[in-house]
Write a protein that binds this ligand. Structure first.
Ligand code: 4NP
Length: 155
């Protein structure tokens, strides 16, 4: 069977989606689940940059090193090559739907749609906020990653 693949998408690919990618890699590894994950941004401002230092710090506090990640922008091919594209907030999802090519095969949804009781919600943008906001992002993406692992294992 083909390895399932998920692309996490936020605006800059330096705060929320790298943390979602990291949390998913970690949850899948702990569950022994083989999965392909990546992250990208709808915007182009931070392409090639490492994650925001506050995102690196929060991941490190939870035992994960994301300092080597590099931001990239979503591209047309992503809509064909990934099984799932999960947006971090509703605006990202609207933007993805606008740029999706006509032959898109990926399923587009919100990351938190997979968390019971949080359907339709976004993960708050922490960029103009403090370290506590980054901890809240970590909490959201970790809960979502565990929920995704459970769905993928068929629990
Ligand atoms: P992200 O956070 O979408 O979670 O990576 C942001 C990063 C950069 C900007 C906004 C949000 N920005 O305006 O440059």
């Amino acid at each position: 069977m083909k390895t399932p693949s998920i692309l996490f998408v936020c605006l800059g690919n330096i705060c929320r989606s790298p943390l979602a990618e990291a949390a998913m890699r970690d949850a899948a590894a702990r569950a022994g689940l083989e999965i392909m994950v990546d992250s990208a941004g709808t915007g182009e401002w931070h392409v090639g940059h490492p994650p925001d230092e506050r995102a690196v710090a929060v991941a490190a506090r939870h035992g994960i090193d994301i300092s080597s990640y590099k931001a990239r922008q979503v591209r047309g091919e992503d809509f064909r090559s990934f099984d799932h594209i999960l947006a971090l907030d509703p605006q990202n999802l609207r933007d993805l739907r606008k740029i999706a090519p006509s032959d898109t095969s990926a399923r587009l949804a919100l990351l938190l749609d997979h968390v019971p009781g949080r359907m339709g919600e976004g993960v708050s943008d922490p960029y103009y906020q403090d370290d506590i906001a980054f901890e809240l992002v970590w909490r959201d993406v970790s809960v979502a990653a565990e929920a995704l692992v459970a769905v993928m294992r068929g629990d």
